[in-house]
Design a protein around this ligand. Structure first.
Ligand code: ACO
Length: 319
């Protein structure tokens, strides 16, 4: 398969570090030094499905197809207002598509997992176009009185339309079950058979930042080395490494281990924060729209998130 269209969308409200410091014991200096984040876009008046539909429409338009031409929609999403139906089903109606739809929850690595699923669907032989959309609102998962998590996130959506082709060269996915380092427990309805105390507890995102940091660096490095090896490509031959935008220090550490420079490691975390699985397709769309991607260039995507899920893939830019 190959990418034939990209799109992205983010909420209109820009929240600066100084704005956060008006209600949290934090500072612009702390946040920028520890994370690289200066501002993030935060959902206020929008709904996530509107952002997702906009990102999809842009990608579909660029691909030169109509929503009716889609054979499958895969939506990567961790949390949205609907438990059911799936966000992909809502998007199908908004876009006017009529294909099968499914959501997957691979946390921040969801884009790579969705691409891998799409690749397998293309192998089946009866698909022409698959839409992968990542739509996330992590700012509605965090406790806004907890400075260690809420400063890290932003909201947004990124999408790609995939067509038949030879763009993708290698994939590597891994999962290591870990419910300690990064998790969120959803409160369910009470029943006559479950006492209230048993369902009580913190229902916001919990993260052991330093554990996640180490896991992220190790897993991403291993995944990148594996996709390079599988494709028979050297680290220096990659034009753009697009990593999950979780923390600028994570990106810097991986960049140094691979012996690469900042010109190969594009980033927009300073303007968007961590938008979970949407971060790579949003960055990809930004590079694409700014004409930074040239036909034949080699790209690596690498992401990591709760689960612990990690994944990478290597592709040649064909647009
Ligand atoms: N402002 C000011 N001080 C803060 C803040 C804040 N926003 N947050 C934490 N601190 C304080 C802590 O309370 C602590 O104070 P103490 O020493 O008095 O106890 C001090 O800063 C240091 O805290 P650490 O947790 O050690 O800080 P660290 O340098 O590890 O940075 C961070 C924290 C930014 C969360 C870092 O660990 C990190 O980025 N980890 C990876 C997180 C990540 O990538 N998550 C996403 C991956 S998966 C996903 O995308 C869902």
């Amino acid at each position: 398969m190959k990418i034939i269209g990209t799109g992205s969308s983010s909420p209109s409200l820009t929240v600066s570090n100084d704005m956060l410091a008006t209600f949290l014991d934090t500072s612009d200096e702390w946040i920028q030094t520890r994370t690289g984040i200066k501002t993030r876009q935060v959902i206020s008046t929008e709904r996530l499905e509107d952002l997702a539909a906009q990102a999809c429409s842009i990608a579909i338009h660029e691909a030169g197809i109509k929503a009716e031409d889609l054979d499958y929609i895969i939506c990567s999403n961790t949390l949205n207002e609907y438990v059911t139906p799936a966000l992909s089903c809502i998007l199908q109606g908004m876009l006017g598509a009529d294909c099968p739809c499914i959501d997957l929850n691979g946390a921040c690595a969801g884009f790579i997992y969705a691409l891998d699923m799409a690749d397998a669907l293309f192998e089946r032989g009866n698909m022409e176009h698959i839409l992968v959309v990542c739509a996330e609102e992590p700012t509605r998962m965090v406790d806004w009185t907890k400075r260690d998590t809420c400063v890290l996130f932003g909201d947004g959506a990124g999408a790609v339309v995939l067509g038949k082709g030879e763009g993708f060269k290698s994939f590597k996915l891994s999962t290591f079950s870990n419910t300690e380092a990064l998790y969120q427990i959803r409160k369910l309805q009470d029943t006559p058979f479950i006492k209230r105390e048993e369902t009580e507890g913190n229902d916001a995102l919990v993260m052991k930042g330093q554990d996640v940091f180490k896991l992220a660096v190790n897993c991403s490095l291993n995944d990148i080395k594996d996709v390079l090896k599988l494709a028979g490509v050297k680290a220096d031959e990659i034009d753009h490494y697009l990593l999950h935008q979780a923390n600028m220090r994570i990106l810097d550490t991986i960049m140094r281990y691979l012996g690469q420079s900042e010109k190969n490691f594009p980033h927009n975390i300073e303007r968007y924060g961590n938008t979970s699985s949407a971060s790579i397709p949003m960055l990809l769309d930004e590079l694409n729209k700014n004409n930074k991607l040239k036909t034949g260039q080699k790209l690596v995507f690498s992401a990591f998130g709760a689960g612990f899920t990690t994944g990478a893939c290597l592709l040649e830019w064909t647009m």
